[in-house]
Design a binder for this molecule. Structure first.
Ligand code: TTP
Ligand code: MG
Length: 596
């Protein structure tokens, strides 16, 4: 079986119209129109529509992206002596996540193993998915044509999971559908305005179409559907619309990134995440309110996101090992086990309630590189410093990427080690001295990431090494004490806004350039700001004629001063090249920012 085309799956070529086989049509859902708009949900939080996306065998799919000849073959990703994940071709042979290499090879002798020690490509792929999901352009085709795009919050969890709050999208559909319902069955013209022709079947009919699986409604059950819709204030229909949004998202990831995913749809994050794992790989599942109790009863406590290992252990000590155990116990017993606040969370989650919002993920708070040395721990100060020197280029590379993407620079360096024989990690941190992280070379010169192909390792400044050595001294003040450590982590934190990059300008373009080329910013020639005198660096409110004021005021003071000077030299605005050479091109460049 081709694992990529399971029931409810999506491929790059699948269209809305031919996915009928993966739909669940629950007849009678909206028969009772008089009550379907009621928003009374007994505190269950049915108002929202949340989609959870989990990339199938993420690292293995990344390896297939890197080397498409791997597709269809069994591929495992190895870290140390473990196969941390494998593609579904390999899982058919009985491989599981975290299996040791020896056993994996016994189960699947033809297994192709790729090293998963360097996470750079996985991180980059994750970031590309995230940026795709955050782009307003992504959601525009899904909105009814009369709507302007709403902000859709996307929260990243780890590298391959994403929560998407599609409520604004669903509300836009829902309002449009209601509007159409008030006017009766939509005419062909009105129906065409809805982005998916299937949505028109929602309007004025007695059924709701879902994409993918609907938990425990396989085969449809109209009577339950009617009860469910009448009691649940439109939630069923919103989730049906959410299932279509989920399918849209998953197809997009196949089309744009050649990645298959699993999707979960429900009215909160916990339920969406949990139900998404019901049908794997490359499928999606929706959980309706009427099946939440049944769904939760089947969950182990430890599998519920939000109930951690320590909480599970404390509950287990009191004989509470499952959701039914918790729900049938007096609340004071849960409070005694885990304290008041955690007991509230546990009871809510076991009842399928999760009010936590989908928080838009911002730039990372810290970046780090880490290695573990379980088989052969690092010995002594020299060993640690050798490893620091080996890892530091990776950290610098990631710092460059962070700065390029988020325009932020780190202020603090943190060194973390785990000593052999100790159960926890220890860390020390200090402010980064100037020049501890070298300035990134131009993008074209650093296209080869560390660890990929022939690496161009960033230089490691002595200032960074000296700082790491002083932090190591604080961690191990007794220089004569021998020690081993099995985890080493270097991190950069405390990001501040980066100063604007030095502006680059070009000489005037040759007249024969194409229109397309003319629209691009010209090819750079660096201006040395230090050649400007201090007086000229002072900002001024005067903006030369023909230059966009907001854009101009965002330029460094030295550039502003130089542009003004040229403007004055030209007598206040002509296009003649009076000063000649570089100075003339600055004004021309600035003016070109306004031209179409
Ligand atoms: P998962 O989403 O748990 O696993 P997966 O994406 O490989 O497989 P699927 O979702 O289809 O079940 O984890 C995402 C990635 O995280 C995974 O590809 C490899 C990495 N990972 C580890 O580094 N260590 C681990 O113990 C696990 C489980 C995953
Ligand atoms: Mg995954």
């Amino acid at each position: 079986m081709d694992a990529r085309r399971g029931s409810g799956g999506c491929s790059g070529t699948e269209q809305w119209s031919n996915s009928a086989s993966v739909q669940q049509t629950l007849s009678g859902f909206i028969a009772s129109k008089g009550v379907k708009r009621r928003r009374d949900d007994d505190g269950q939080g049915w108002e929202r529509t949340i989609v959870h996306i989990d990339v199938d065998c993420f690292y293995a799919q990344c390896e297939e992206l890197r080397d498409p000849t791997l597709r269809g073959k069994p591929v495992g990703v190895q870290q140390k002596f473990l196969v941390i994940t494998s593609n579904y071709a390999a899982r058919q042979h009985g491989l599981t996540k975290g299996m040791n290499v020896k056993e994996a090879k016994q189960k699947c002798p033809q297994l192709i193993l790729k090293s998963g020690e360097n996470l750079d490509f996985y991180r980059e792929t994750s970031q590309r998915i995230f940026e795709l999901l955050c782009s307003p352009n992504t959601w525009r085709p899904m909105l009814p044509s009369s709507r302007t795009p709403h902000p859709i919050n996307v929260e990243r969890l780890g590298l391959d999971e994403f929560f998407i709050d599609v409520t604004p999208l669903v509300t836009a559909y829902d309002d449009r559908i209601e509007q159409l319902e008030r006017g009766g069955t939509p005419s062909g013209q009105e129906a065409a305005e809805l982005p998916d022709s299937r949505l028109s079947s929602v309007c004025g009919s007695s059924s709701v179409s879902f994409e993918g699986h609907v938990y425990s409604h396989e085969g449809a059950d109209p009577s339950i559907a009617v009860d469910c819709e009448s009691a649940m204030g439109g939630c069923v229909r919103r989730l049906a619309l959410g299932s279509i949004a989920c399918g849209f998202t998953r197809r997009l990831l196949v089309d744009k990134m050649q990645l298959t995913t699993c999707g979960g749809v429900s009215y909160n994050k916990m339920l969406a995440k949990k139900v998404g794992g019901e049908h794997k790989p490359n499928q999606q599942t929706c959980l309706l309110p009427d099946r939440v109790k049944q769904f939760m009863q089947g969950c182990t406590l430890g599998s519920i996101p939000g109930i951690g290992f320590a909480t599970c252990a404390k509950l287990k000590e009191r004989g509470l090992a499952s959701v039914p155990d918790v729900l049938s116990s007096p609340p004071h017993m849960i409070r005694d086990a885990v304290g008041h606040d955690m007991a509230t969370v546990v009871l809510q989650l076991c009842n399928g309630i999760d009010p936590t919002p989908v928080k838009q993920t911002g730039p990372p708070q810290s970046i780090s590189v880490e290695n573990s040395y379980w088989a052969s721990p690092i010995f002594g100060r020299d060993g640690v410093m050798r490893e620091i020197t080996r890892l530091a280029p990776h950290l610098i590379q990631r710092s460059w990427e962070h700065t390029a993407r988020h325009r932020q620079v780190p202020q603090t360096f943190k060194l973390t080690v785990r000593f052999v024989g100790k159960s926890s990690r220890e860390c020390r941190q200090a402010a980064l001295p100037p020049n501890a992280i070298p300035r990134a070379p131009p993008a074209s010169d650093r296209s080869s990431a560390v660890g990929e192909g022939e690496p161009q390792s960033p230089p490691v400044p002595g200032a960074l090494i000296r700082l790491a050595a002083s932090l190591l001294n604080k961690l191990v003040p007794d220089t004569s004490r021998p020690f081993h450590c099995n985890i080493l982590n270097l991190a950069l934190t405390n990001f501040h806004s980066a100063p604007p990059p030095p502006l680059t300008f070009s000489r005037p373009q040759p007249p024969q350039q194409s229109r397309a080329a003319a629209a691009q910013p010209p090819c750079p020639e660096t201006i040395d700001l230090d050649t400007f005198d201090e007086e000229q660096k002072q900002p001024s409110c005067r903006v030369p004629d023909g230059v966009d004021a907001a854009w101009f005021m965002g330029l460094p003071a030295g550039i502003q001063a130089e542009v003004r000077r040229q403007h004055v030299n030209r007598g206040g605005g002509g296009h003649g090249a009076r000063g000649g050479g570089r100075a003339t091109s600055i004004l021309d460049y600035v003016k070109r920012q306004k031209e179409p």
